[in-house]
Design a binder for this molecule. Structure first.
Ligand SMILES: [Ca+2]
Length: 220
């Protein structure tokens, strides 16, 4: 009889382990863990409410940048820049915007548009440690000799010691045939870091500078 009651209790407990929705929040009534609309899990640790991103969640690691240092604490730096024109500044690679021709800024420029060739790089300071999982590159436009053909992606916790997380093979990055074309969409082995650096190791043609279009960095 005791065994039957125990089984009945277990079945009742399992029946209660269900997810319910409270507005846009999914609530697991068994564990007490709630998931927000972005998949952010919340749980109580003593009296503290803890927010933690689900492992599988993948979001943009940078906001739409409005300058190389805004919004804080994000900072974009480059090894070199073509000129001082506002539309050519490094953050244009991370402003989440294109103009009609696919160039990054409101005028004619686009970053990463270096003033030289040979291992030119663009770097992001995420402001805190994140887990980096994916990179997406868009072309600035088609028909430019200086478009990136091969890159190395590195991560760091201090902007001093760097670890390679992706080295392209020739063919990984398409030679652009249209503006705003995705030329690379590559998953990265999840890696904790605060800094991400993209170095152009080869361009498609013979030019005196190197270009990357819009860059999206994903993770959690
Ligand atoms: Ca842009």
């Amino acid at each position: 009889m005791k065994r039957i009651l125990l089984i009945a209790s277990l079945l009742a407990a399992l029946a209660c382990a269900a997810d319910v929705f409270l507005g846009t929040q999914r609530i697991n009534t068994d564990s007490g863990i709630t998931l927000g609309p972005q998949g952010i899990a919340k749980r109580y640790l003593g009296t503290q409410l803890i927010f933690e991103a689900a492992d599988e969640e993948e979001v943009l690691l940078t906001p739409a940048m409005t300058s190389n240092t805004a919004p804080s604490p994000f900072v974009i730096t480059v090894s070199s820049v073509w000129d001082a024109n506002p539309v050519n500044q490094a953050f244009r690679c991370f402003d989440q915007a294109f103009n009609a021709s696919g160039w990054a800024g409101g005028g004619g420029g686009n970053l990463y548009n270096s003033s030289g060739v040979g291992n030119q790089w663009i770097q992001v300071n995420l402001g805190s440690t994140k887990t980096f999982t994916r990179i997406v590159l868009y072309s600035r436009n088609s028909g430019f000799n200086q478009l990136a053909r091969n890159i190395i992606v590195q991560v760091s916790s201090d902007a001093s010691d760097w670890t390679d997380v992706y080295t392209s093979a020739d063919g990984d990055i398409a030679n652009a045939t249209a503006a705003q074309q995705v030329t690379l969409d590559k998953s990265i082995t999840p890696t904790a870091c605060q800094y991400i650096r993209i170095t152009v190791t080869q361009i498609w043609g013979a030019s005196t500078n190197a270009d990357l279009g819009e860059i999206e960095l994903y993770g959690h």
